[in-house]
Design a protein. Structure first.
Length: 296
């Protein structure tokens, strides 16, 4: 259902994302465009109808200090290049740190790529990539990379001891059948959360990681104009018993929440009401993730 993006649209998205990065990270030690010529070409291409496609990709570096108590000295550097078709295709990112062995660096970069492939195709994702590095990269410094010793039984076991909460964003959710699927599947998979139909559509599900993954794989197979995981939270469960799972839940069941803007703009939701609902549940920061950057 999605129409192919034109080269010019892709270029416009790249420029607005680079502008966003430079406003969020004004200091060169955090963010620096290493190829100013490519950036100038890209801007020229967007502003002038007949202009040629740029000859080289925009390249830049994002430096990230993870928030880890014992890793105050560690800095990760993300060397990034945006292919011309980005965000239709993924960005090229290489994460480096003086404390990573070659094998750890390969492992880290391969996991980052997997994360982006699963969560960000077709979306501007530099901020998500940076967040992922900030949250996960430090763990790779100590990783003993004996992947062969991780048996599959081990992997499935660990999956069931993780509690996950997925925050899903859709361009819109009106279709009655989809709304019924969301509620039925959540019930079948013992997930709680809520679904806010309308435009935009918001779905939150929480429960065992394996159940959340199953829910997402079913939902994304339906036809959507646009749907993505905006944010995910993973918590390790000690022991993973039923009581432990219940303790992590912020929602009791999965229900549909309609925050009508008093029937005003047909089906547009009142985001103020959504904000207050999330605030009650202790999830106010999520609102920023959904609507902060776009400033809806």
């Amino acid at each position: 259902e999605t129409t192919e993006m034109t080269n010019r649209e892709e270029a416009e998205i790249q420029i607005s994302e680079l502008d966003l990065l430079s406003s969020m990270f004004p200091y060169e030690e955090e963010f620096i465009v290493t190829d100013q010529v490519a950036l100038a070409e890209l801007k020229h291409y967007v502003e002038n109808e007949p202009a040629e496609m740029p000859s080289s990709k925009v390249q830049f570096i994002l430096n990230v200090k993870p928030e880890v108590s014992n890793a105050s000295m560690v800095e990760f550097s993300m060397a990034c290049a945006l292919p011309f078709k980005y965000p239709t295709v993924l960005p090229e990112i290489t994460v480096r740190s003086s404390l990573l062995s070659r094998a750890q660096q390969i492992h880290l970069n391969s996991d980052l790529k997997t994360y982006l492939t699963e969560n960000c195709s077709g979306e501007p994702c530099m901020l998500s990539a940076r967040e992922w590095v900030k949250d996960h990269a430090a763990a790779y410094i100590d990783k003993e990379l004996s992947s062969s010793s991780v048996t599959t039984s081990n992997a499935t076991q660990s999956e069931d001891t993780t509690f996950t909460r997925l925050w899903i964003y859709s361009h819109h959710i009106y279709n009655k059948q989809k709304r019924k699927n969301i509620i039925d599947w959540a019930k079948e998979l013992s997930l709680s959360g809520f679904c806010m139909p309308g435009k935009p559509g918001v779905v939150c599900v929480e429960g065992l990681q394996s159940s959340c993954e199953e829910f997402w794989s079913r939902i994304r197979k339906l036809t959507w104009k646009r749907i993505l995981i905006r944010h995910r939270e993973d918590v390790s469960l000690e022991g993973g018993g039923h009581a432990e799972i219940q303790k992590q839940r912020k929602f009791s069941t999965l229900e549909e929440k309609c925050f009508d803007a008093h029937g005003a703009r047909g089906n547009h939701m009142d985001l103020g009401q959504l904000y207050r609902f999330l605030e009650e549940k202790g999830c106010a920061d999520i609102f920023q993730m959904y609507f902060g950057v776009e400033g809806h």
